[in-house]
Design a binder for this molecule. Structure first.
Ligand code: BMA
Length: 301
């Protein structure tokens, strides 16, 4: 076992979208009733992003809805935070609600927005839960010690570090703790950020994250890796992979709007431990890679 790319990748490109878009990529993922749901980012021809749902019975073949389910214009009193687009949703189920944490992009720069839904038809927008600049936020799927927890990635020109923090009500956040920064001289030398929402395993919280190394004029290379956090103290890393688990190798990962990028913000983990990682190549499509929880845990040393 390892990480296996689906042999019919990409599973979605802009040709599969029934309305005019520049690209479809960076999907949040969840199993909802009998369907695999992807909450995909669609960059509209004007360069601003919205979300559209894609549905599948088997997790491999997806159909994209005829129109977006959430756009900046739906944000009413929060519009000023999302005027330039909404991006890269992470979906976390807590009890019977699904929470979306996503980037709101505007003249203020990126911040994290929170919305909730029970049916993926009506979305209640709760509002910003960080100040700018912050992105790559995911909620933990259950309370720890009586509090909700999230991870996020506050940043400035020179620092892009992952932090975790807690809240009694999903609105007021504190007790900020540093989790991970870049490792000089490696594939993750310049930036790191959380990727998928954590899942609970017998060994701890398991999640995918991304690392970036910049190569001057040829740009940033985005790769994906995995880490394991302590179940009771989610700011403690118990282990992480010594090497990235997925890196841009295929043409559909190397060539596109932003070349040499693999990026994920959604996975579906089945009860039997099968893992479907939905990731995007070159900010231009949605792809699938499969693995297992046990294999990912074995890498976290
Ligand atoms: C990150 C995010 C992602 C994007 C990635 C690679 O900063 O903005 O949306 O996929 O860069 O371009």
């Amino acid at each position: 076992m390892g990480i296996t790319r689906y042999n019919s990748n990409p599973v979605l490109t802009k040709e599969n979208v029934p309305f005019r878009v520049n690209s479809i990529f960076n999907a949040g993922a969840v199993k909802f009733k009998d369907d695999y749901l992807l909450l995909c980012r669609v960059e509209m021809p004007n360069g601003r992003s919205s979300f559209v749902l894609a549905k599948s019975k088997d997790g491999f073949t997806f159909e994209v809805d005829p129109k977006p389910c959430l756009s900046p214009e739906d944000h009413k009193e929060f519009y000023e935070f999302v005027e330039w687009g909404i991006e890269d949703a992470r979906i976390t189920r807590i009890k019977n609600k699904y929470y979306l944490t996503y980037t709101g992009y505007s003249n203020y720069m990126p911040l994290v927005m929170l919305a909730e839904t029970e049916d993926f038809k009506d979305f209640e927008i709760i509002g910003p839960i960080t100040e700018p600049s912050n992105k790559d936020c995911a909620l933990f799927p259950e309370k720890i010690d009586g509090f909700y927890w999230k991870m996020d990635r506050p940043s400035n020109e020179s620092r892009n570090y992952i932090w975790v923090n807690k809240s009694p009500d999903l609105l007021h956040w504190g007790d900020h703790k540093f989790l991970l920064g870049p490792t000089p001289g490696t594939w993750e030398a310049d930036k790191v950020g959380g990727s998928t929402p954590p899942i609970k395993t017998k060994e701890g919280w398991l999640l995918l994250y991304h690392g970036v190394r910049g190569f001057g004029i040829s740009g940033d290379i985005y790769k994906i890796s995995v880490m394991l956090l302590d179940i009771k103290k989610p700011w403690r890393i118990l282990g992480r992979s010594k090497e990235p688990i997925l890196m841009p190798e295929m043409n559909y990962e190397r060539i596109g709007d932003v070349g040499n990028v693999v990026f994920t913000n959604g996975w579906v983990v089945d009860d039997n431990g099968a893992v479907k990682i939905y990731y995007s190549g070159a900010d231009s499509n949605i792809c699938l890679a499969t693995t297992t929880v046990d294999y990912l845990l074995s890498l976290c040393i």
